[in-house]
Design a protein around this ligand. Structure first.
Ligand code: CAO
Length: 660
């Protein structure tokens, strides 16, 4: 056992980087690759993994802090030296002098140690030409020391702010040493791992490890587009830059349209090979006059992809030209461009923001996972700070999609071919905050949508005269207190509902899942909607027809308390035949409750108020309780519900009838 301070690794030279998320907490046991924090600069976001296993004693950073290389992140109680990842020693955790030692230097002495052994030789796998001198991040290690790899197996995944790429092994053999770890930065030619490979008899033994030349793969990171070709009229032709191979790769997304105004660096399109995806940025600012390729086409280094009228040319044109066409006779697409831009700017404010991968706010690990799972991150709602997409958001999205697919519903529309509600970028209109839905809220949303889409609802209204009921209830106050219960109107309502259901058993039916039978329930369990800080829950009061008002009042108090304390068990919420949803304690004149399917009826209770009622000779003040009942018209006909409801209103208006 030893205490260590885990510090921020090399952040690619960035200083004062924002900590946007802390993934761990004090007391937590972590492994050597647990993600600790997410960081963000104005250019990129990155997740910092642990390099040691152990128990977190104390966190030394919090969300919102700014950190640089070497900033202490947390205090860790490590188990033993054996828990460390081989590359962890390169992570700066000790003195400042060590922090400054670049990882590549740390790898150098290890090369000496990795000499040829017997009939095997050790070769060093390194980063192939990635098409630029820039550093890229290692976002995933696909191998561990001791793994056997075949030629072509992926060793690591690299990611820049524009592309990701997998680096394959050039030789088959056993990984004897990893020279990098996740989160490290690397670049063309840098060593990644040592692979012990069987030497064929004809090959000379090599004492010194050799650096394996990686094949040129279509996985380069085009940080800057190739110089565009300039044509007359200030138009330039954007081309695919050198992608590190002569291969043609597929265009998987076009990120702009003709008429779009773009800035240098904006992504024009995204290419994807079997090993990498890369975004091709514009080299100049201006207006897209014409796209020369479409999604699904293939492209390679030098392929012409778009004609852009440079910003300078646009400015000159609008300064110099009147209403007439420009003398250089811009192509039709060019003159159409401003028109199509103004058309798009006239689109309604609520029009969905175009979801391009460039607009997605997610860290490299999430992006990688999304690619593996073939999830369009633009469709995933982020719950992290400032809407950042986290791994759990991706999982939630997939779970939802699978659930909807399994229930035969459309993933985006809720089923029945109903058009999807478009996503809106609300942040465009003002400050927003993303609030994660609680599990209860998500379940409620699913249940409500399922009921609303499946159940043909009818809602009927009436007022019950509860003047005498209220007088009686108030008279019971002392007695109820002695019995240790609070009797609100809801206890009477649930009792009256139970009696009315017994007299009208149609409302106690459910459609059988086979679609050919009705299930007639011979018990009367009433669900009661309870509003809690975590969302709406519906505990069930069993055998309400057999219980006294005090017993029901006691059940209401107990169930409501359990619900608000989050202590309801699944059994507490199962088996209901009919639901009562009371907003009487809050207010309102009436509402249309949604049937809690597979139940077939639900009563909505609003707030009672004194109203002038005609008694045959004069208006008298009476306390009237607004009620609404919604029912499933597949099972309950209007007349069935009418009889039930009228009887219920009679019971509440004359509670002596409850005793009949
Ligand atoms: N008219 C006038 N006053 C009423 C009333 C009515 N219909 N119903 C209740 N009240 C009064 C009660 O008598 C109580 O008054 P006092 O404190 O002066 O005695 C007060 O309103 C508060 O009642 P309550 O809400 O604490 O208790 P309740 O038994 O009426 O209701 C429960 C219990 C669990 C149903 C309720 O607390 C609740 O959660 N309601 C929300 C249900 C809901 O969200 N439904 C919507 C579902 S669809 O989205």
């Amino acid at each position: 056992m030893a205490k260590e301070i885990i510090k921020a690794p090399d952040l690619g030279g960035a200083e004062d980087v924002d900590v946007i998320e802390v993934f761990v907490k004090a007391g937590e046991e972590i492994t050597a690759d647990t993600l600790l924090v997410a960081l963000e600069t104005d250019k990129a976001s990155m997740e910092v993994p642990a390099d040691k296993a152990g128990k977190i004693i104390k966190l030394l950073v919090k969300e919102g802090d700014k950190i640089s290389q070497g900033t202490p992140l947390l205090e860790l109680e490590t188990q033993s030296a054996g828990d460390e990842k081989p590359a962890a020693k390169e992570q700066p955790t000790e003195a400042a002098a060590q922090q400054e030692a670049p990882t590549q230097k740390a790898a150098a002495p290890k090369k000496q140690a990795a000499a040829a052994e017997g009939s095997t030789e050790v070769v060093t796998a390194s980063v192939p030409d990635i098409g630029s001198d820039d550093e890229v991040q290692i976002i995933e290690l696909h191998v561990a020391v001791g793994d056997t790899v075949s030629e072509g197996d992926t060793l690591v995944t690299l990611e820049s702010d524009k592309a990701s790429m997998e680096v394959p092994a050039e030789v088959s053999g056993e990984i004897v040493e990893l020279l990098v770890k996740e989160g490290d930065n690397t670049s063309t030619g840098k060593a990644l791992a040592k692979i012990k490979t069987a030497r064929s008899g004809s090959e000379p033994a090599t004492d010194a490890p050799k650096t394996v030349e990686q094949p040129s793969t279509p996985t380069s990171t085009p940080k800057a587009a190739a110089k565009p070709e300039t044509a007359a009229g200030g138009e330039v032709t954007a081309v695919v830059p050198d992608i590190g191979s002569d291969d043609q790769v597929q265009i998987i997304e076009i990120n702009v349209s003709a008429g779009d105004e773009i800035s240098a660096g904006d992504t024009i399109l995204t290419l994807e090979s079997d090993k990498a995806s890369m975004e091709i940025p514009a080299e100049v600012s201006g207006i897209i006059v014409k796209l020369l390729v479409k999604e699904g086409d293939v492209a390679g280094s030098g392929t012409k992809i778009a004609i852009i009228k440079s910003a300078d040319a646009v400015a000159e044109q609008s300064a110099g030209a009147g209403a007439e066409a420009t003398p250089e006779a811009a192509p039709a697409e060019a003159s159409a461009a401003p028109a199509s831009r103004s058309a798009s700017s006239a689109a309604p404010a609520s029009a969905p923001a175009p979801a391009t991968s460039g607009e997605v706010y997610a860290g490299p690990a999430v992006r990688l996972l999304a690619r593996e799972l073939e999830v369009d991150l633009a469709k995933v709602t982020g719950s992290g700070p400032r809407g950042r997409i986290q791994k759990e958001d991706l999982h939630d999205y997939l779970k939802g999609a699978v659930k909807k697919a399994e229930s035969g519903a459309s993933a985006v529309s809720g089923g029945s071919g109903i058009p999807a509600v478009p996503a809106v970028d609300f942040a465009k209109f003002g400050e927003i905050e993303m609030i994660k839905l609680s599990k209860i809220a998500r379940v409620t949303a699913d249940n409500m949508a399922r009921s609303w889409l499946n159940v043909p609802h009818v809602t009927q209204w009436d007022d019950a005269d509860i003047t005498e009921l209220e007088e009686f209830r108030k008279a019971l106050k002392d007695e109820a207190e002695k019995a240790g219960v609070k009797v609100t109107p809801v206890a009477f309502i649930i009792k009256a509902v139970a009696v009315a259901l017994k007299a009208n058993p149609v409302l106690l039916r459910s459609l059988h899942a086979d679609g050919e039978h009705l299930v007639q329930k011979k018990y009367i369990h009433i669900g009661m909607a309870v509003d809690t800080p975590r969302g709406l829950v519906v505990p069930v009061i069993r055998d309400a027809d057999k219980k006294s008002i005090f017993e029901i009042a006691s059940d209401i108090g107990a169930m409501a308390a359990k619900a608000r304390d989050g202590k309801l068990s699944p059994a507490d919420m199962q088996g209901g035949c009919f639901t009562v949803s009371s907003l009487g304690g809050i207010g309102g004149n009436g509402f249309t409750p949604i049937v809690n399917t597979p139940e077939v009826g639900i009563l909505g209770v609003s707030r009672s108020q004194i109203k002038p009622m005609w008694n045959g000779s004069e208006f008298v003040p009476r306390l009237m309780l607004p009620l609404s009942v919604s029912y499933d018209h597949r099972v309950v006909n209007g007349a069935d519900c009418g009889r039930f409801f009228t009887y219920l209103v009679q019971l509440l208006s004359d509670i002596r009838r409850l005793a009949l």
